[in-house]
Design a protein around this ligand. Structure first.
Ligand code: WQD
Length: 344
């Protein structure tokens, strides 16, 4: 069954892979993006990788002055639902600029909610994050674990989850899935779309990839004295194409779930890898050296977190399939074929 889906933030790293996945199953898309952390070329690459209808609306969903225009465009598109990925996502930046993060992330969500209500399409998959979990949970972490985001970015994700649940309680026409991403990495196997961070990468994989391709001299490993198997941080890395399939599975679930359903779901593999293990896997995939030095711990980091992925398997019929080596091989293909990202 093909649908008409609004993909807010559809030109971004995750959004572009979700867009390709939904187009590949026959959906028609309205991509809304302001290109503040993405590139128009990504939309051209999406169209190259998957046939199907892709309308594009360049708009800032957090700008009140553009709200009416966005609502009008969404109504005209006649959507069945939306995937909401638009927002700011740099943890450190959120600590420095919390008001901006609350305004942009919550404002964007509220504009999309208004637009979906006006279009009578009260179905939404929200791009949430494992960062909503507190630091005290035992691994693997399931969706009933204690929440307690440790930074403003994580709190915006948590607040939007709660806002969507309140809305579903107030109006059972709404259907909601909050997808709690663990650590998305990798790229589409074609090498044509991938992660293209602005400036110095905050996250591990894009930094490693830029060292491998010679754009960065060496990696700083933030902490070598954590209580983990090799002293470095452990995370649940998930291939971005597996993540994209999780969004399609969530939309399928929402098409048949009970009125007012509102579900939190982990998207992770259930396996954690350390920073040193990720470095070695990337060296194998790229056949390049990855110089690194152990540096002090990064504020706000936790030692180890990886998902219990059982709810996604049971309720969405989805589980991650790609290995760490495949994540590294696909990430390397994107980086080596596009050393300067979409401006290469
Ligand atoms: C992974 C590991 C670092 C960089 C965050 C957000 C999450 C999502 C992904 C947006 C940690 C170590 C990192 C480096 C390093 N954000 N590291 N050197 O912090 O788990 O998750 O990014 O979508 O919501 O919370 O990801 O990739 O930054 O760090 O040693 O240069 O790599 O200490 O152990 P993180 P990350």
């Amino acid at each position: 069954m093909s649908s008409r889906i609004v993909v807010a933030g559809g030109a971004g790293y995750i959004g572009s892979h979700v867009s390709v996945e939904l187009l590949s199953r026959g959906d028609a898309l309205l991509i809304i993006d302001d290109f503040s952390n993405s590139h128009p070329e990504a939309v051209e690459r999406i169209r190259e990788l998957a046939t199907g209808d892709v309308d594009l609306l360049k708009a800032d969903m957090a700008d009140e002055a553009q709200r009416d225009m966005i609502v009008k465009a969404v109504r005209a598109f006649k959507p069945d639902g939306a995937v909401h990925l638009a927002g700011l996502k740099a943890v450190g930046e959120s600590v420095a600029e919390p008001a901006r993060y609350y305004r942009v992330n919550l404002g964007s969500a509220l504009t999309l909610i208004d637009a979906l209500k006006a279009a009578d399409a009260k179905t939404i998959v929200f791009s949430s994050s494992a960062t909503v979990y507190g630091e005290t949970n035992a691994n693997p972490v399931d969706e009933n674990a204690a929440t307690g985001p440790a930074n403003p970015y994580g709190r915006t994700k948590f607040f939007i989850e709660e806002m969507l649940k309140d809305i579903a309680r107030s109006d059972p026409d709404w259907r909601v899935v909050n997808l709690r991403y663990f650590n998305p990495v990798g790229a589409h196997p074609s090498g044509r779309i991938g992660e293209d961070p602005n400036g110095v990468p905050n996250n591990l994989f894009p930094f490693i990839a830029q060292v491998a391709v010679g754009k960065r001299e060496k990696l700083s490993v933030f902490g070598g004295d954590y209580p983990t198997r090799d002293g470095t941080g452990v995370r649940d890395y998930i291939h971005v194409t597996d993540l994209a399939k999780g969004h399609a599975a969530a939309l399928n679930y929402l098409a048949t779930c009970a009125e007012g359903c509102a579900l939190d779901v982990n998207l992770g593999t259930g396996t954690g890898y350390s920073v040193l293990e990720a470095i070695n896997a990337f060296k194998r995939a790229s056949n390049r050296d990855i110089p690194y030095a152990i540096a002090p711990r990064r504020d706000g980091d936790i030692a180890e977190i990886y998902a219990n992925p059982e709810r996604a398997k049971k309720l969405l019929g989805w589980r991650a399939e790609k290995t760490l080596d495949e994540m590294c091989a696909d990430h390397w293909r994107w980086q080596s074929q596009n050393p300067d990202g979409y401006t290469s």
